[in-house]
Design a protein around this ligand. Structure first.
Ligand code: ZN
Length: 430
């Protein structure tokens, strides 16, 4: 069975086009025609969310008061660990279902779930080592979002293969147990591989994981915090991105998540490697991480909702642009010489980088997933600028994933039960 929708405007890989008919069958785009009158609305390709820890959605807004002394990423992490210790598989599934439902409402049609909460609260693996991953996959299926499962390898608490801390017991695997987990995940969803960070995985382990993973997406947290830079320098004499590029075959299937604290030289070398910069501007602002030095980076980037403090593709792009404006004291920083509309340039570049990081074809093109969103407005460039920068009215209307309409007039078709189940978890756990 084939469907066809006609839009007044659509953002195609080559730019904005008018009177566009998109045909699709079995979830994929089969034909794109222009010059077809009688359509309505403005269509954009759905944005990939290249970095999420869905369970952290449960603590969104609960860490916004100052403790004794100075609050930092590391005090936030203590709170996050406390939440992580308390959740059982049903909780994880309900929280993820809500987070994925909200992602769809916010314009994300695919998500890379950087999943590290593997074991029972006492640290023993569940009977099925992929119990928690199974819950993530079930949540993605219930919400209808496209999932890239990134089972996380976590073995150490610091550089040089330090033994893990007690609070990390639910995350820990050996290379052997990880291989079993990874194999099980492949039966559940599209699967990549993710060493948590240079703190949590040694160079030798990263090499072994890269071998196990093959050409699938390979993601790692890196250079998010200045303390990590100092620890890496003390351990190796090199900065994290510098160290990684010198010691691992970083290439186009890699996503370096954050890469906040990089020098101009590291930025140039990273672009040359063709790895995607996985930027999470709202979380990086919320955690006080720092600002990505976009002025030095010419490579691919995408956006991720990371801690899920606020799930919104448009506001991630807005935060990305505004943080650059504040840092560089300029305007329209992320526009390019070929795409002078800042909103369009941000959207198209984050789309391409996000798709590369998730391992999906990018944009509205034949063979790509029929996953798109519609926004309100008349003139497409202005409508997208309004969606990103003004949002006078809720900009997002409908969202389709693989040819199925899941969000209608801004609301997910299963939003109510997802929210009710989530609120029951909050009452129980927080
Ligand atoms: Zn993260």
């Amino acid at each position: 069975m084939s469907d066809r929708i006609i839009f007044r405007h659509a953002l195609l890989p080559q730019g904005w086009a008018a009177n566009v008919a998109i045909s699709f069958a079995a979830g994929r785009i089969t034909q794109i025609e222009t010059g077809i009158e009688g359509g309505a609305g403005i269509a954009l390709p759905g944005m990939p969310n290249l970095h999420s820890h869905s369970f952290q959605r449960a603590m969104a807004g609960r860490a916004e008061h100052r403790g004794a002394g100075t609050d930092s990423f590391w005090t936030w992490r203590e709170l996050m660990y406390k939440l992580a210790w308390s959740l059982d598989p049903e909780d994880v599934q309900a929280i993820a279902t809500l987070a994925f439902t909200e992602m769809l409402e916010a314009g994300f049609t695919a998500v890379a779930e950087f999943h590290y909460l593997h074991h029972a609260p006492d640290g023993t693996p569940y009977d099925d080592i992929a119990e928690m991953a199974t819950r993530i996959a079930a949540a993605a299926a219930a919400a209808g979002i496209e999932l890239l499962l990134l089972p996380v390898f976590y073995a150490h608490s610091g550089f040089g293969g330090r033994p893990p801390a007690e609070g990390q017991r639910r995350f820990i695997n050996s290379l052997d147990s990880y291989a079993r987990l990874h194999e099980r995940c492949q039966a559940l969803a599209a699967t990549g591989c993710a060493p948590h960070s240079l703190r949590a995985a040694t160079r030798e382990e990263i090499t072994a994981l890269n071998h196990l993973n093959g050409a699938a997406p390979f993601h790692i947290h890196i250079a998010e915090q200045t303390a990590e830079i100092e620890a890496c320098l003390a351990f190796s004499g090199a900065r994290p991105v510098e160290y990684l590029l010198a010691n691992a075959p970083v290439s186009a299937n890699w996503c370096l998540v954050h890469a906040t604290h990089i020098t101009a030289q590291e930025a140039a070398a990273m672009a040359k490697s063709q790895a995607v910069a996985g930027l999470c501007p709202i979380t990086e602002a919320n955690l006080g991480d720092g600002i990505f030095p976009a002025q030095h980076f010419t490579g691919a980037f995408g956006i991720g909702s990371d801690s899920n403090i606020l799930i919104d593709a448009a506001r991630e792009l807005q935060m990305l642009e505004y943080s650059q404006r504040l840092a560089q004291r300029q305007r329209n920083v992320m526009a390019t010489d070929t795409t002078r509309s800042t909103a369009t340039a941000l959207y198209q570049n984050a789309l391409a980088g996000g798709a590369q990081a998730i391992g999906l074809p990018a944009g509205l093109a034949i063979g790509a997933p029929a996953s798109f969103v519609t926004i309100a407005g008349e003139t497409p460039e202005d409508a997208l600028a309004d969606a990103l920068f003004t949002a006078r009215a809720p900009a997002l209307r409908d969202v389709w994933v693989r040819g199925k309409r899941l969000v209608e007039a801004g609301q997910h078709i299963h939003a109510r039960p997802a929210r009710a189940a989530f609120e029951a978890i909050l009452r129980k756990r927080l």
